[in-house]
Design a protein. Structure first.
Length: 396
């Protein structure tokens, strides 16, 4: 790419990884559609333009070429468009509706959270990422998908290997070799599970993908396994990050945390505001299908676009006080789960996990607060979260 050097030409990957928000603010003001050489993408940063990219699949397709997702997982929901995408989504999406998983907070997530809290409640301190957010996301994913025979460490290994391929935009052969080996391992290990569920249906996502028919048509074995890999990657890091970010955001504002502790129903807006304020998934990746113009910028056909969800969620053209965490902010949709045809199908389950974890923590642990001696360190721009979240509380 040989675009003229503008603001985006001065942006380094290191700066984005350290803290992208000041960069997003400058791009929104000066260069809202910007070629950023360091990441090989056009960054789109304003709310209205991000909405356009996410929703106009005729001009901005999710079926990119090359596609790191399709290359690693096989053709899947996120890496497809049109009739194929619509068919797969119509089969998968019903399992994620409230009518199918509305019992999860009380019957699945709540007991798991309480079990994890019991493991550290007498100590007076916890690394929430390592001891609650990450293991909870693993165990809920295992129960939800139907991978009960797969242990926690294997699921974590699968996530790490698949994520390596999903983020391998540079086409590093070593990264792809690991991702491909992981993908084969998932296929081999899940084959007997799928065989069993074909004979003995249950209430899990895999069973639903096997047995659901829309207009008489279902998913092939390859399609089921490819989309399972999407769920593994999306259902572990993003959900764990959402839990950690929500707890950190609220505890960073003790007066607002006190309101949620007094009224657990406020956990819902607390989660939504945290996801807006500090979106765990930074971008939606799209590709132009033809020459097009966006915000006055001419984009060539085949241009790879990053619609920056995290930036749109702080655009002052759309939000009042966008850089502040405001629990009682007037309710309006954010873009933490993207928008349009590729809006995250697992967003309801992620919300259930974050709300339930927050309510259980505030209810069980008196004096819950951030550890001032070990503040969290946030890194990343595609996925931004703390690796550790150290909290203090009154021991049980």
């Amino acid at each position: 790419m040989s675009e003229a050097v503008g603001v985006g030409g001065s942006v380094t990957l290191e700066e984005l990884e350290r803290d992208p928000y000041p960069i997003y603010a400058r791009l929104r003001d000066e260069e809202p559609v910007s070629w950023v050489e360091s990441v090989g993408l056009w960054l789109v940063t304003r709310w209205d333009d991000v909405q356009t990219v996410d929703k106009d699949s005729a001009a901005f397709t999710g079926e990119t070429e090359p596609s790191t997702l399709n290359r690693t997982f096989g053709k899947n929901l996120l890496g497809s468009e049109g009739a194929y995408h619509d068919r797969v989504k119509a089969i998968i999406h019903p399992w994620f509706r409230t009518g199918a998983i509305g019992h999860f907070p009380g019957e699945v997530i709540g007991p798991l959270v309480r079990e994890l809290i019991a493991g550290f409640s007498e100590r007076g301190e916890v690394d929430l990422v390592a001891q609650l957010a990450e293991p909870l996301s693993v165990r809920v994913l295992r129960r939800a998908t139907g991978l009960e025979e797969v242990d926690d460490d294997t699921l974590r290994r699968w996530f790490a290997g698949l994520a390596e391929g999903a983020a391998n935009f540079e086409g590093d052969p070593a990264k792809q070799e690991l991702a491909d080996a992981t993908s084969r391992d998932v296929d081999e290990r899940t084959a007997p599970i799928l065989d069993r569920l074909a004979r003995e249906p249950d209430d899990t996502l895999l069973s639903s993908m096997i047995h659901t028919r829309v207009d008489g048509e279902g998913l092939s074995r390859a399609e089921i396994q490819a989309n399972l890999k999407v769920m593994i990657v999306g259902g572990l890091q993003a959900v764990s990050d959402a839990i950690a970010i929500t707890v950190w955001a609220l505890l960073s504002h003790p007066e607002q945390a006190a309101l949620v502790r007094a009224d657990p129903e406020l956990a819902a807006p607390a989660v939504e505001e945290a996801l807006r304020w500090h979106s765990p998934v930074g971008t939606s990746t799209r590709q132009t299908t033809a020459e097009t113009e966006l915000a006055g910028v001419a984009l060539p056909a085949g241009a790879l676009i990053a619609a920056v969800l995290a930036s749109a969620n702080r655009d002052p053209r759309h939000w009042d006080r966008p850089d502040a965490y405001v629990l009682d902010r007037p309710r309006r949709p954010h873009l933490a789960f993207a928008a349009g045809p590729h809006v995250c199908v697992g967003s309801l389950l992620a919300r259930f996990e974050a709300r339930t974890a927050l309510q259980e923590l505030l209810g069980a642990l008196g004096g819950l607060r951030l550890d001032p001696a070990r503040p969290p360190v946030f890194t990343g721009w595609e996925f931004r979260s703390p690796q550790h979240l150290h909290l203090l509380f009154d021991p049980a």
